[in-house]
Design a protein around this ligand. Structure first.
Ligand code: SF4
Ligand code: SF4
Length: 456
């Protein structure tokens, strides 16, 4: 047994499950992409690729989950990568993380077998956009509208890979989510909570808001969406809970309706093209040019159909709105509107991959600058991980926590369930992931949206 294998031994040897068994255990455990829209992981693991990449950049400035989980569960993460590599046939594993994650690097380095390496990313945004992570970590460029698998790479985030390892080794279903609560709260923290726990109770763990009229963002300040109700439940893809005064520009921008967004774009765009010069997708050779799309909606018929279709390749990283535009326009929101229309008409983009901008690496945004630019200095703080035995009295488990068909309940009101029990499954042949009870208790209600379990 190699030195790395010995070090990996506690708390368990590498499981000998076959590629097929790994995918089946991951499916049965309800593992979905924890860093994005919740794509079912067992489907992703069907791809046969050369590189299994862990996107551990965590480049949203206020979130502190992955960097702490990696330090705390380094051995499990490495084993998860090995399972991912086995399932996908990958011969190389890469964990792409930032230099400033010292504790994680220290914990991971002695555990790495020869086929897995760390890739140290610069502290820039959006180093964690999977297309940019792939480019930075491998030099490969994903063509516009293509998937990472087209360049021989499968990407998963840290929590997903940890969930893969738990699923393979202990057949342990996904019933918890680790998230950071940060911003205008008394005690910023990172904590693992049962799925379905109301965000209001998660906020209380952080001592509550410190401002009278708080606004809430699910995830980070760049890509997170507004949370309409603080009573919403935690899901498998909840990115974090960012609390800011309602008057903060990051909240106010998100409250702007589409009409206002378009009116501002029409009134003040000076076609300076800064949004395009800093657009990460444009920089690596995609056709996407946000200034042309803003022009297209401002003046009808000035764009070719091909230019309009390129809106479909926008990652919604928010650089054009929050970093680039000097006059407060949101090309990202304009793109989002265009996307909605184009998708409704069934349109698809196909286009070339051009040469990357030779200054591309230097045009990504340093995170320190980003924090200032976003007006977050006052709210930027550490969010240490706390261990807490959290026992909510009630959880609301949404049937749609993933891309694909909603899970179909297999319990009814009055049933007694135990933590980890499957309570909703996916229809045969459908894309999706099963759902499991996150606490012991009794099913209080089953609707077409959610299953509510009450402790007891
Ligand atoms: S940066 Fe703003 S003003 Fe300049 S082209 Fe883009 S949207 Fe128009
Ligand atoms: S949000 Fe803006 S900067 Fe980001 S990919 Fe889309 S157009 Fe480019």
């Amino acid at each position: 047994m190699s030195e790395a294998a010995v070090l990996l031994n506690p708390p368990g040897e590498i499981h000998s499950a076959s590629a097929e068994a790994i995918r089946e255990r991951v499916r049965a455990a309800g593992v979905v992409g924890a860093g994005g829209a919740g794509f079912p992981t067992h489907v992703k693991l069907q791809a046969q690729v050369e590189i299994f990449l862990v996107n551990a950049a965590e480049c949203e400035p206020m979130l502190k989950v992955d960097q702490q989980l990696m330090a705390q569960q380094a051995a499990r993460l490495v084993r998860g990568v090995l399972y991912g590599m086995r399932a996908t046939g990958a011969t190389e594993g890469i964990i792409a993380l930032k230099e400033k994650y010292h504790a994680a690097i220290e914990a991971l380095t002695p555990l790495l077998p020869g086929q897995i390496r760390l890739h140290i990313l610069p502290d820039v945004y959006p180093a964690g956009d999977e297309v940019i992570t792939i480019w930075l970590a491998t030099g490969r460029r994903v063509p516009p509208a293509a998937l990472p698998v087209s360049v021989g790479v499968v990407v998963n985030n840290v929590q997903t890979v940890l969930n893969i390892a738990r699923a393979v080794e202990q057949q342990y279903p996904v019933t918890r989510r680790t998230l950071t609560v940060n911003g205008a709260v008394r005690h910023p923290l990172t904590v693992t909570v049962p799925l379905g726990m109301p965000l209001r109770e998660v906020l209380a763990l952080a001592g509550g808001a410190t401002v009278d009229k708080p606004g809430f963002i699910n995830g980070g300040p760049m890509m997170g969406g507004l949370i309409p109700s603080i009573d919403a439940p935690v899901t498998k893809t909840t990115g974090g809970l960012l609390v800011l005064p309602e008057s903060h520009p990051l909240i106010q921008r998100r409250l702007q309706d589409d009409r206002t967004v378009l009116t501002i774009a029409r009134t003040v765009c000076e076609q300076c093209r800064l949004c395009t010069d800093l657009c990460p997708r444009h920089l690596i050779g995609h056709e996407l040019s946000p200034h042309l799309l803003v022009r297209a909606v401002n003046y009808q018929n000035v764009a070719t159909p091909q230019t309009l279709l390129s809106a479909l390749t926008c990652s919604e990283c928010n650089v054009c709105e929050s970093v680039a535009c000097p006059v407060g326009i949101s090309p990202m929101r304009v793109n989002r509107l265009l996307k909605r229309e184009l998708r409704a008409s069934g349109a698809r983009y196909t286009g070339p991959l051009r040469e990357a901008d030779e200054m591309a690496r230097y045009r990504l945004t340093p995170v320190k600058r980003l924090i200032s630019k976003l007006g977050l200095r006052e709210w930027y703080q550490d969010a240490p991980m706390i261990q807490s035995d959290i026992a909510p009295s009630r959880v609301e488990l949404l049937l749609r926590q993933h891309i694909g068909a909603p899970a179909v309940p297999c319990v009814k009101a009055g049933d007694r369930v135990s933590r980890g029990q499957c309570i909703a499954d996916i229809p045969p042949e459908a894309l999706g992931a099963p759902l499991h009870a996150s606490i012991d208790g009794v099913v209080a209600s089953v609707t077409d949206q959610a299953i509510t379990v009450v402790r007891g």
